[in-house]
Design a protein around this ligand. Structure first.
Ligand code: PEP
Ligand code: MN
Length: 336
């Protein structure tokens, strides 16, 4: 049960509402976000929702029995649009592309990537400064200093930054230099981190974990929303299956299904999704046709020299062709 309440609801009205719900054996939680005030009721008893919908201070009431509620499409008429300012928007008719290296490596690399993005009207740059690596001996990122250096250049160029935050403790230091906090696959069920990102007023790109179900991904998003942050994008980045021919199995099915289950924008990450450069373009295009609102991809001036994930990283020339193809695919899908 989701009850949208008026922001100026009176204390006594709120109390009457919670008492009514408690009398029906519903547990209640209050959620305040950037955009609304909600009471979430969890219980089993069936009742006529008009008994609550007509109480003073109530804007609307919706029956949502899924494990996830606020991120469900069952109560929200319009899909969420995330506004990054200066005309950069994503979701519900706004297609978004995010591109950049797996890892931020140097000032020169940042400069070169930004030029490439600007030449192609791509407004969001990806890159890791804190890298979760399978081996502790691999390159683990330039950290906060790298982020500041990146921010200085990106800001001048009007480019937005999406980068991974690995721990709750990093949020505060990163906050001023980040436009989108990325939650990596390995942290998709780090509930402390999700809670903390729910208290932040910056968009979050939440990746699906390697073995996470669609429902688990939606419940992870619910953690963020229920803590106060509605600006969430979900990302399909491939799951681990028995297939060994490629790094991960890009679950294109999940993109189509997520679009049916949630009002949140869905982003495809074909780079990690298949993990092999030559297959990134077709899988990216397939993802758009399946309903993706955006694509995030790894791009490098010289992929063979990249500090990480070179094997799945596109060259600038390959990326340019793909940006055009993705825009065309999005137009085609929108016209169908
Ligand atoms: C990344 O995008 O840099 C990354 C590490 O991806 P994932 O968390 O999906 O493995
Ligand atoms: Mn990578």
């Amino acid at each position: 049960m989701i009850i949208q309440i008026e922001p100026n609801i009176k204390e006594a009205e709120l109390q009457a509402l919670t008492e009514k719900l408690e009398s029906l054996q519903y547990n209640t939680s209050q959620v305040s976000t950037q955009f609304g005030e909600y009471i979430i009721g969890v219980g089993k008893r069936a009742f006529d929702i008009r008994a609550i919908g007509t109480l003073p201070g109530i804007r609307d009431i919706h029956r949502v029995s899924d494990a996830y509620k606020l991120v469900s499409k069952k109560w929200k008429v319009r899909d969420t649009v995330i506004d990054f300012g200066e005309g950069v928007k994503l979701g519900s008719g706004h297609f978004g592309m995010m591109a950049g290296p797996c890892s931020i490596e140097s000032e020169e690399q940042i400069e070169s990537t930004i030029k490439h993005l600007q030449a192609n009207q791509v407004r969001i740059m990806r890159g890791g400064v804190y890298k979760p690596r399978s081996s502790p001996y691999s390159f683990r990122g330039l950290g906060q200093e790298g982020l500041k250096m990146w921010y200085q250049q990106a800001q001048k160029a009007g480019i937005r930054i999406v980068t991974e935050v690995m721990m709750t403790e990093q949020i505060e230091d990163m906050y001023d230099y980040v436009d989108i906090f990325q939650v990596g696959a390995r942290n998709a069920q780090n509930f402390n981190l999700l809670d903390a990102l729910g208290k932040v007023d910056k968009p979050v790109l939440l990746k699906r974990s390697m073995s996470g179900t669609i429902e688990e991904l939606l419940q992870s998003a619910e953690y963020i929303f229920s803590n106060g942050n509605e600006k969430i994008m979900l990302c399909e980045r491939g799951i681990r299956t028995y297939e060994k021919a490629y790094r991960n199995t890009m679950d294109v099915n999940a993109i189509a299904m997520l679009k049916e289950k949630t009002h949140l924008p869905v982003i495809a990450d074909p780079s990690h999704g298949i993990g092999l450069r030559s297959f990134v373009p077709p899988i990216a295009l397939a993802s758009v046709m399946a309903g993706a609102d955006g694509v995030i991809m790894e791009v490098h001036e010289r992929p063979e020299k990249a500090f990480s994930d070179g094997q799945q990283t596109l060259s600038y020339q390959e990326a340019e062709r793909l940006y055009k193809g993705l825009r065309q695919a999005y137009e085609l899908r929108s016209s169908l």
